[in-house]
Design a protein around this ligand. Structure first.
Ligand code: NAD
Length: 250
């Protein structure tokens, strides 16, 4: 799967799944915009990802933006156009959790998670569209989650944001098909990253019991599905979700 000649923007690409997607896209020949939220330690991580890419002869730039802020994202898209070119591939990967049972969840917790995970994807999609529409080509991949389909006690905000991403995926796929833009989602299950490393052993064991393949997924597993949806090999696929979860909730 080659991405030669393409410009890819991966949001939240300084760590975890986003980092692996950025590395794989660069290996496949894309010029990669490694988005990060402007916090010193995260900036350093994003610059390290760029260095990993450029050390291997690839092309990448670290670009700051808070995906939940429209002005910030529009400035980032302009910066990418100047440094790398028009975005052909957008991966809406940035995401956060702020867990709590509904009876204790603050409205601010609800809003924060919806703002980053769902509004962020909408804002980035809208901002990247303009260039894609001019080229009459684009691939958008939204990183959803198994819990957007199954729900998860203690994660009403996160589950709703991920279910919302599936709706955004289907609607944008319908609106943009005639412009040559495909929009799909990948719904990871339980993937070994910083987000899941902090969970207690009993939670991990309970999750493993629900996974047919009886193992946590790796960021690589998710990135491989994203690569397929970003490449020409998936050109007849739009509005769909690929579940990368080792066989949960079948
Ligand atoms: P992660 O915390 O390593 O990655 C999330 C990234 O988003 C971080 O780099 C973070 O800095 C960035 N981010 C947060 N707020 C941002 C903002 N406002 N603007 C820009 N960037 C921001 O965790 P991860 O596990 O790699 O998660 C990546 C995606 O995969 C997320 O959307 C997550 O919901 C989803 N996901 C993860 C799992 C899992 O098991 N790890 C399962 C299902 C879905």
């Amino acid at each position: 799967m080659t991405l030669e000649g393409k410009v890819a923007l991966v949001t939240g690409a300084s760590s975890g799944i986003g980092r692996i997607i950025a590395l794989k896209m660069a290996e496949a020949g894309a010029k990669v915009a490694v988005n990060y939220i402007d916090i010193a330690s995260i900036k350093a991580d994003a610059e390290a990802v760029v260095k990993e890419i450029t050390d291997k002869g690839g092309v990448a730039a670290a670009v700051a933006a808070d995906v939940s802020k429209e002005e910030s994202v529009e400035a980032m898209i302009k910066e990418i156009e100047e440094k790398l070119g028009t975005v052909d591939i957008l991966v809406n990967n940035a995401g956060i959790t702020q867990d709590g049972l509904i009876m204790r969840m603050k409205v601010e917790q609800w809003e924060k998670v919806l703002d980053v995970n769902l509004k962020g994807a909408f804002i980035c999609t809208k901002a990247a569209l303009k260039g894609m529409m001019k080229k009459r080509y684009g691939k958008i991949v939204n990183i959803a989650s198994v819990v957007g389909f199954s729900g998860n006690a203690g994660q009403a905000n996160y589950s709703a944001s991920k279910a919302g991403l599936v709706g955004l995926t289907k609607t944008s796929a319908q609106e943009l098909a005639s412009r040559g833009i495909r929009v799909n989602a990948v719904a990871p299950g339980f993937i070994r990253t910083a987000m899941t490393d902090v969970l207690p052993k009993e939670v991990v064991d309970a999750m493993l019991a629900k996974i047919s393949l009886n193992a946590l997924g790796e960021a690589d597993d998710v990135a491989n599905a994203v690569m397929f949806l970003a490449s020409a090999e998936s050109d007849y696929i739009t509005g769909q979700t690929i579940h990368v979860n080792g066989g949960m909730y079948m």
